[in-house]
Design a binder for this molecule. Structure first.
Ligand code: ADP
Ligand code: MG
Length: 562
């Protein structure tokens, strides 16, 4: 093996044309050439040609077996390879070289051959040859081919390098974009929370108003009853005011329930159930009533609201979110009608979708506003608007796999159409509870508030059940130990031991005990999955009717469990 040295007199060869040398660039001069030929004379000849044409880096060998160990340290840019050699022939060596080079590198292999038959050429190309040089060599051809191929190789290397930088940049950008996206998601989440709070604030005014109405009725009629009671009140005279008090109290309880449903918006994706839009529309209308009815009347104009609810199939969705969509659209419709008008709310099946439409006879939108109204923070209401309502609507509907369509004529009105995919199976499973209890029950009631405890006992005794009462968890455990109860009804919030703690203690000594938990916070009816130690969770306040149906349900669920 010889490397990068020249001891052979240059004048043996005819001088190369000047143009050949002048074409050499600095980069090409440094191209590394590896010569593999078993004939010493050929190797020397090629070396001389190479030196004459100003290349400075080359290595050569007459033993093909040396190529493997030479390849890595020398790292050639081009290989000149003889075909007929002892030990390893050119074809096999080419095969070896291609494996070492790898498929995404371009390293030219030039085959040196005296018998360039078609078959030889084909086979050489097949094994990975890039080009041929026919013996005896023409100096000019040798140099030109080497130069061309080196140029191709260097271009290839440059592209590879650029690709690597590009890939690096892309990777970097992807990381940045991912970060931006997650920031955006966090911001969006915050925005949704804010909008929810703003809407809640708007509604709180109305709710306080409705709630006060109920309370004034309750207070007023209670006072009348107390006054009349002094003079001996007949059953008939008491009946009417008591019924009014009951209705007002039930309304107030419904208001609280609605409010609770409004802010209960967690576990969005998981909380999807098959549900019908019609009851949601009705709830949304009730929730927004203070805005479109009370407020408009107080300001001297009228807004008519016409619900046209069709016989529609269920959709899969989150009730609280869909109610939010509706309340937002109704608020916008009200805002668009400062002098009054009509809002029509329509539901209908449309093919395999359920459509929900809110049409107003308000001021409408220009084409520009229509195009932009879904954008977050886009509002034409100045300080009064947040520009987030429709962005939220759009987000929710998208997450439900639905669409939002907006038609509007300035001065005439606007129609928002929401379309949601119809739920395939509309036979929603219902828990068939028996209509009535088959026998009176023995009940243990646990509540730390004497009035509520007494009320529950009276309800139950009135329905012929036998009742024992306990004012806290400890007393309840005592009674429980000395008796046997069909059902235990316990309050959740009590000092020392709360309802859930009591329930788990009871279940420990009697796993089949049926238990109903009453709560004034958070968990509304039916969320018993979160409290496995009870059969049913029931929201307070509880009326006689709701107590009866809760008893039925708890008994049937409890029996099914055991
Ligand atoms: P905001 O109500 O706080 O302005 P929204 O996102 O709810 O924010 O609405 C964005 C804009 O879309 C409103 O400012 C209004 O210009 C327009 N818009 C929405 N609904 C209606 C409608 N029913 N009639 C006319 N314009 C509407
Ligand atoms: Mg709005």
């Amino acid at each position: 093996m010889t490397e990068s040295r020249s001891s052979i007199a240059a004048d043996v060869l005819p001088p190369l044309e000047d143009s050949l040398r002048t074409g050499m660039t600095e980069a090409l001069r440094k191209g590394k050439i590896l010569i593999v030929d078993d004939e010493e004379i050929n190797v020397r000849l090629l070396e001389r040609i190479i030196i004459r044409s100003d290349f400075v880096k080359f290595a050569s060998t007459t033993d093909p077996r040396e190529v493997e160990s030479l390849f890595q340290p020398f790292a050639p840019d081009i290989v000149l390879l003889d075909l007929h050699m002892p030990h390893i022939d050119g074809f096999a060596l080419m095969h070896q070289l291609r494996e070492m080079i790898g498929s995404d590198d371009f390293l030219p292999i030039v085959v040196l051959t005296a018998d360039a038959t078609l078959a030889t050429k084909r086979r050489a190309l097949h094994e990975g040859a890039t080009d041929f040089l026919t013996k005896p060599f023409d100096q000019l051809e040798v140099v030109l081919r080497i130069r061309n191929l080196l140029e191709s190789r260097f271009s290839h290397l440059k592209i590879q390098e650029q690709n690597a930088t590009l890939e690096d940049n892309v990777r970097q950008r992807t990381i940045e974009l991912e970060r931006a996206l997650s920031d955006l998601k966090a911001a969006q989440h915050q925005v949704i929370q804010q909008e929810r709070l703003a809407a809640l604030g708007t509604m709180a005014g109305g709710i306080a108003h409705d709630f006060n109405n109920s309370l004034s009725v309750i207070i007023g009629f209670s006072e009348i009853l107390l006054r009349d009671a002094k003079n001996g009140l007949s059953q008939n005279a008491a009946r009417q005011p008591l019924e009014t008090i009951l209705t007002a109290a039930e309304d107030a309880s419904r208001i609280v329930h609605r409010l609770r449903e409004f802010y209960r918006t967690g576990e969005i994706e998981e909380a999807r159930l098959a549900l019908n839009l019609n009851p949601l529309v009705e709830q949304a209308l009730l929730l927004t009533k203070p805005r479109w009815l009370t407020h408009s009347r107080a300001n001297g104009y009228t807004i008519e609201l016409t619900p046209l609810l069709g016989d529609i199939n269920d959709v899969m969705g989150d009730a609280a979110e869909l109610r939010e969509v509706m309340t937002n659209l109704i608020f916008n419709a009200v805002d668009a009608m400062p002098n009054g008008g009509t809002i029509t709310v329509r539901t209908e099946n449309e093919g395999d979708q359920v459509a929900f439409r809110i049409i107003d006879t308000g001021m409408g939108m220009t084409e520009e506003v229509r195009q932009r109204c879904l954008e977050p923070f886009f509002t034409t209401k100045g300080d009064r608007g947040t520009g987030l309502g429709l962005a939220m609507v759009f987000g929710i509907i998208q997450r439900h796999g639905g669409t939002v369509e907006i038609e509007s004529i300035p001065g005439k009105g606007t129609a928002f159409t929401i379309r949601l995919p119809m739920h395939a199976n509309t036979d929603v499973e219902t828990d068939a509870a028996p209509e009535t209890l088959s026998r009176p029950l023995h009940v243990l009631v646990v509540d730390d508030q004497p009035v509520l405890c007494q009320l529950l006992c009276e309800y139950l005794q009135n329905d012929c059940h036998t009742v024992e009462a306990a004012e806290n968890g400890e007393k309840a455990l005592e009674k429980f130990a000395s008796g046997s109860f069909d059902i235990v009804i316990t309050d959740q919030v009590m000092p020392d031991m709360n309802g859930v703690q009591l329930a788990s203690a009871l279940r420990e000594s009697r796993p089949d005990q049926i238990i109903m938990l009453l709560t004034g916070y958070g968990a509304p009816l039916g969320s018993d999955a979160e409290t496995p130690c009870v059969d049913l969770v029931v929201g307070k306040p509880i009326s006689l009717a709701s107590l009866r149906s809760a008893l039925l349900r708890a008994m049937s669920l409890g029996r099914r469990r055991t």
